[in-house]
Design a protein around this ligand. Structure first.
Ligand SMILES: [Zn+2]
Length: 300
């Protein structure tokens, strides 16, 4: 980790294995998302929290090329908030309305009002099984940390504390981070109590990251829970789109759709949602894709 980008994820054992924590510093990757999408402060907080939580979910994946997608649709003016992580904790994401602005009603950015709470958090894990794992919970508040806590508790049956924080000034992301604390099966009553009593300390995670960064945050937040760091992982914002992938997606549209596109538009532009890269296709490019789609249809 260099000084400019201190992002990382720690897996930590607590109370001699009766609980575990995942702690992340995500300032760099949230700043990258803000730059790519030109996010407003509220959108930075909403997408930043979601990217931070999804990177932690990504760090729980085991196999090569596995991925996890978290999407939040709460009916609020920000629209959909979506983030994806692979098992290397490379994350990417977007919001429907990156320019969202709402008046503040308290000291914190009104993320819950922007997201809304009339909807669901959906988590899809693609682990190369026949079917992906899909978990879904109703939103608690649209503040995102509480919604992920509900997801872990209800959908994965693991009682969890989740704290997510993004501190954003007009110019940049000052700090961002997250913490998940989960009880392991068989945790003693005493262990449960010590964790519940610490919950208040976990709330200001962006303040803690700004002050102490990842390594200092372990002792700052978890010292009384006998933390034992098991693993340090890198994490970053990275989009893995490519012209080949976009071509494959166009071919899946099918011959009819591609034919219509050629007749009506004579060209196509495809923008990547995650990094805003633009892929342009000429009429000849589209005809080549149409030939591939036709060949594929014939094989069926
Ligand atoms: Zn992309």
């Amino acid at each position: 980790m260099n000084l400019l980008n201190r992002d990382g994820i720690l897996h930590i054992s607590l109370l001699e294995g009766q609980a575990r924590a995942i702690l992340i510093e995500s300032t760099g990757l949230v700043q990258r998302a803000k730059e790519i999408h030109g996010l407003s402060k509220i959108a930075t907080a909403a997408l930043g929290r979601t990217l931070t939580a999804t990177a932690m979910l990504g760090s729980m994946l085991k196999g090569k090329d596995e991925s996890v997608t978290a999407s939040i649709r709460g009916g609020g003016p920000i629209g959909t908030v979506l983030a994806v992580s692979n098992e290397k904790c490379e994350v990417k994401g977007y919001v429907d309305n990156p320019a969202i602005d709402l008046p503040r009603t308290g000291p914190k950015l009104p993320v819950g009002a922007a997201v809304g709470k009339d909807g669901r958090l959906t988590v899809i894990k693609d682990m190369h099984m026949r079917e992906p794992y899909v978990g879904q919970v109703n939103l608690v508040s649209g503040e995102i940390a509480e919604d992920f806590a509900m997801y872990f508790t209800a959908s994965e049956q693991t009682p969890s504390l989740v704290s997510l924080g993004v501190l954003v000034s007009d110019e940049k992301v000052e700090s961002a981070g997250g913490l998940i604390v989960q009880l392991m099966p068989g945790a003693s009553e005493a262990a449960i109590q010590s964790i519940e009593m610490s919950a208040g300390m976990f709330m200001d995670i962006s303040g803690t990251m700004k002050e102490c960064h990842l390594d200092g945050a372990v002792n700052q937040l978890l010292l009384h829970l006998q933390p034992e760091v098991l693993e340090l992982r890198e994490t970053c914002y990275r989009c893995d789109c490519s012209r080949e992938r976009v071509e494959r997606a166009l071919i899946t549209l099918g011959a009819k759709e591609l034919g219509d596109m050629i007749d009506e538009q004579h060209s196509a532009q495809v923008d990547c949602h995650f990094c805003n890269k633009r892929y342009a296709f000429t009429e000849d490019d589209l005809k080549a894709l149409l030939a591939a789609a036709t060949a594929k249809d014939d094989k069926k």
